[in-house]
Design a protein around this ligand. Structure first.
Ligand code: AMP
Ligand code: ZN
Length: 195
């Protein structure tokens, strides 16, 4: 798991918590209030600090700590991830969704983000939050499945690339606009809500 970068990780989890912040997902996946749907193999929960109108996390019941612990025996599990993701897309047809994993996850238990394109949310605060969903720091589901099928594991990115991706200059994810700062970006994102 990644170390905290400054005051918070890309997860946006507040610093003060009674239990270690990185196990918060394990608690949420057992809390009926947080659960959106589940099967024998997986559970889908609402992200506690959503970075868009729709932001869910899909986790396996199996104790797999991160993408870096995946191997070829998990291909069927990942196919189940996609099956449930397809159901979620149908249930949320008014939103444009994408599914993928952070290259360097902060929280324990493998989790796939399902997030809508709007990125309109009070919890979206920092450039690090933005870049973790809009640069190659966000690895699409299809690319994870492909790498797993081809190599039997998911390679770690270098610390240099990690830093570079999260420091990428701001760029709108829906047009060519380059915002000056986060408030500028958040105002601009609202203009895409009316179309
Ligand atoms: P990451 O590990 O960087 O892929 O992201 C972890 C995600 O978990 C972030 O989107 C957080 O907003 C979210 N999160 C943090 N704590 C909790 C929690 N206790 N329950 C549900 N979601 C959480
Ligand atoms: Zn735009």
């Amino acid at each position: 798991m990644s170390k905290r970068l400054g005051k918070e990780t890309v997860s946006g989890t507040p610093a003060k918590q009674s239990k270690h912040w990185s196990i918060g997902l394990l608690e949420s996946m057992r809390d009926p209030e947080c659960i959106v749907k589940q099967t024998k193999k997986i559970v889908v929960i609402r992200d506690k600090y959503p970075k868009a109108k729709i932001h869910y996390l899909m986790l396996p019941h199996e104790n797999i700590s991160s993408i870096h612990k995946l191997n070829s025996t998990h291909i069927d599990l990942l196919k189940e991830f996609n099956k449930i993701y397809e159901e979620i897309k149908i249930e949320n047809e008014d939103h444009s969704l994408k599914a993928g994993f952070h290259a360097v996850p902060s929280m324990q238990r493998l989790h796939m983000h399902i997030i809508s394109k709007d990125m309109v949310s009070p919890c979206l605060k920092t450039k690090m939050h933005w870049n973790s969903f809009t640069t190659d720091f966000f690895i699409n589901y299809e690319d994870i499945l492909k790498e797993l099928k081809e190599t039997g594991s998911i390679k770690k990115i270098s610390p240099d690339l990690h830093k570079k991706l999260l420091a990428t200059p701001l760029q709108c994810n829906q047009c060519s606009f380059k915002p000056k700062n986060m408030p500028d970006l958040k105002d601009h994102l609202m203009s895409h809500m009316n179309v």
